[in-house]
Write a protein that binds this ligand. Sequence first.
Ligand SMILES: NC(=O)c1ccc[n+]([C@@H]2O[C@H](COP(=O)([O-])OP(=O)(O)OC[C@H]3O[C@@H](n4cnc5c(N)ncnc54)[C@H](OP(=O)(O)O)[C@@H]3O)[C@@H](O)[C@H]2O)c1
Length: 162
Amino acid sequence: MLSIIVAIANNNVIGKDNKLIWHLPEDLKRFKKLTTGHNIIMGRKTFESLGKVLPNRKHIVLCNDANLNIDNENVEILNNVNLLDKYIDSNEENFVIGGATIYKLLLPKANKLYLTKINENFEGDVYFPEIKQEEWKIVSRETGIKDEKNPYNYEYINYVRK
Ligand SMILES: NC(=O)c1ccc[n+]([C@@H]2O[C@H](COP(=O)([O-])OP(=O)(O)OC[C@H]3O[C@@H](n4cnc5c(N)ncnc54)[C@H](OP(=O)(O)O)[C@@H]3O)[C@@H](O)[C@H]2O)c1
C-alpha cells in the first residue's frame, strides 16, 4: 500500500526552486519517525533535493532517464511507474514523499495521507493536488509545536481513503 506524506501551505504550495520553503524541524522529526524502516518513493527532483541518501530507508526513485545509475544499495531507480505495482499491492506501508509530479501521479493510488498543514500562504512553484473531501476521511488531527525553531501555526492531519 501507499501512504502519502507531505507538508502543505494554506495555498497548497509545497516547494520553490526545487527546495522546501519553510524550516520546521518538528515536522522533519515526525517525517523521520514515520518513514524510518520503510520504503520511500519519490521523483528524481525530490531525490536530488534531499542531497543525500536518508538512513534506514530504501529510496525508490522515478526517473525517465534509463542511464541514471546511483551506486547505493538503498536506492532503486524505476523508469516506469508500472514497476511500482508490487509496492502498491503489498501489505507493507510504502511512503510517497514527493514531489508535486509524483504526488499527482500517486494520490489516486494511495490509501493514507499524512498531511502537515501550515497555516500560512507561501510563494512557490509547485503545488499539492486537490484533496477531494468526498474521497478522504480525517482520522486524527493534532496541533504542531510552535516555538522559536518552529515559528508557524501548523497541524498534523491524518486521512484514510473512504
Ligand atoms: N512540502 C513537501 O512535503 C515536499 C515533499 C517533497 C518535495 N517537495 C518539493 O517538490 C518540488 C519537486 O517536485 P517536482 O514535481 O518538481 O519533481 P518530482 O516530483 O520530485 O520529480 C519529478 C521527476 O520525476 C520523474 N518522473 C515523474 N513522473 C515519472 C514517470 N511517470 N516515470 C518515470 N519518471 C517520472 C522525472 O524525472 P526525470 O526528469 O529525471 O525523467 C521528473 O522530472 C521541490 O520544490 C521539493 O522541495 C515538497
